[in-house]
Design a protein around this ligand. Structure first.
Ligand code: EPU
Length: 339
């Protein structure tokens, strides 16, 4: 396998940040990954998948491994009367995988249409949108240990999924590379999830009463395209911040000062507040600072208008974070990995 030197990572991260990798290799088999991870000449390599959840603020002096392992296989066609298990390689593009499912009458992922990134990184932050999270269709994943090169399987329980969270972001951060994910998908009696307001509105505008998987996927694509910038046209990483989860007491204080603040109760004592609302109210929506900016249709998304450096985007993120803290006494945390 060919190891290149001094390679720009601009096309490998959806923010389109032009930092350099000292060494770079794209791999398409698990065997190649094992070879590189065990090669002492390149200690502590940096693994990149779809590059959709990272902000690169500096050159990477190590080896960057681009995970490009492809393949999809039904490993159990009769997992239950209504479900199959589909194993998908980590380097498959997420949206291509969703379209494959929709086209082959496999249900469960249609609400997650058009999410940027690859299948292999989807469990790390338990990607989610429009009422569905990865954990709802996850069966297990296969991983490779970065230093011992041992392979093992993680069950759904072992992944410890939470809102934009998993064991791979916490206790086991940077320990494993996810090489494939096995999904539990419906082959009949699909559970169509259209509780989310925007989906209901889109379907009713199209006079669709009994939506198919494709109808739901099309609706989600339409909604996302109307709100979220296409990373191929304007660099971005989807939601830059997570929606903060605060206590009832903190929420009471917020509501006393700002009676119209939107919210979603979680359990008995926790409330999720849309960070997009906080950022918009703090006056940032649609604002541009040099080459960095806040998207004009969704304030949760930071954008690269062309040649922004990672540091420029990060400076804007810090400014937003501190103004939101000052105005609402709520800390918003980045959803993306800042490197
Ligand atoms: N809002 C504003 N101004 C904005 C944006 C949002 O006031 O500029 C408020 C509105 O009250 C709106 C509410 O926030 O009703 C929720 O907005 P939206 O439905 O767009 O969802 P979100 O909470 O901002 C989350 C995910 C998105 C996902 C959508 C839809 C996070 C961090 N983000 O955004 O995920 O697509 O829900 O389910 O949870 C991503 O992770 O990259 C991503 C795009």
């Amino acid at each position: 396998m060919h190891i290149q030197e001094n390679v720009s990572l601009k096309q490998y991260n959806t923010f389109g940040i032009d930092v350099k990798a000292a060494f770079f290799a794209s791999i398409s088999t698990v065997q190649e990954l094992i070879e590189l991870l065990s090669n002492n000449k390149y200690p502590d390599p940096f693994i990149i998948g779809g590059g959709s959840n990272m902000l690169l603020t500096q050159d990477i002096k190590r080896l960057v491994i681009h995970l490009n392992i492809k393949g999809k296989e039904i490993v159990d066609a009769s997992f239950s009367d209504t479900e199959v298990l589909l194993k998908v390689a980590g380097g498959e593009n997420w949206h291509d995988f969703v379209l494959y499912c929709v086209g082959n009458n496999l249900g469960g992922v249609e609400n997650l249409s058009l999410i940027p990134g690859n299948v292999g990184t989807s469990p790390i932050q338990n990607i989610g949108a429009y009422g569905v999270e990865l954990k709802d269709i996850f069966y297990e994943c296969e991983v490779l240990h970065r230093t011992t090169q041992e392979t093992r399987i993680f069950s759904i329980e072992e992944c410890a999924f939470g809102y934009r969270d998993s064991v791979f972001k916490n206790k086991l951060k940077n320990e494993y590379v996810i090489t494939s994910v096995t999904f539990r998908l419906t082959k009949k009696d699909h559970k169509i999830m259209i509780d989310y307001g925007a989906i209901v509105d889109t379907l009713s505008r199209k006079h669709i009463e009994n939506p198919t998987l494709k109808d739901v996927s099309d609706a989600v694509i339409e909604i996302r395209q109307s709100k979220l910038p296409d990373p191929k046209k304007i660099g971005n990483s989807g939601s830059f911040f997570k929606n903060p989860i605060i206590s009832q007491k903190e929420f009471d204080a917020l509501r006393a000062a700002h009676p119209i603040a939107p919210y979603y109760p979680i359990g008995s004592d926790q409330i999720k507040v849309p960070a997009g609302w906080l950022i918009e109210q703090a006056g940032f929506k649609g604002k541009r600072y040099g080459n960095a900016g806040v998207h004009d249709k969704q304030a949760l998304v930071l954008v690269n208008y062309g040649n922004a450096s990672g540091q420029e985007i990060w400076n804007l993120a810090i400014k937003i974070q501190s103004e939101v803290k000052e105005k609402y006494n709520i800390t918003i945390e980045p959803e993306v990995n800042v490197l």
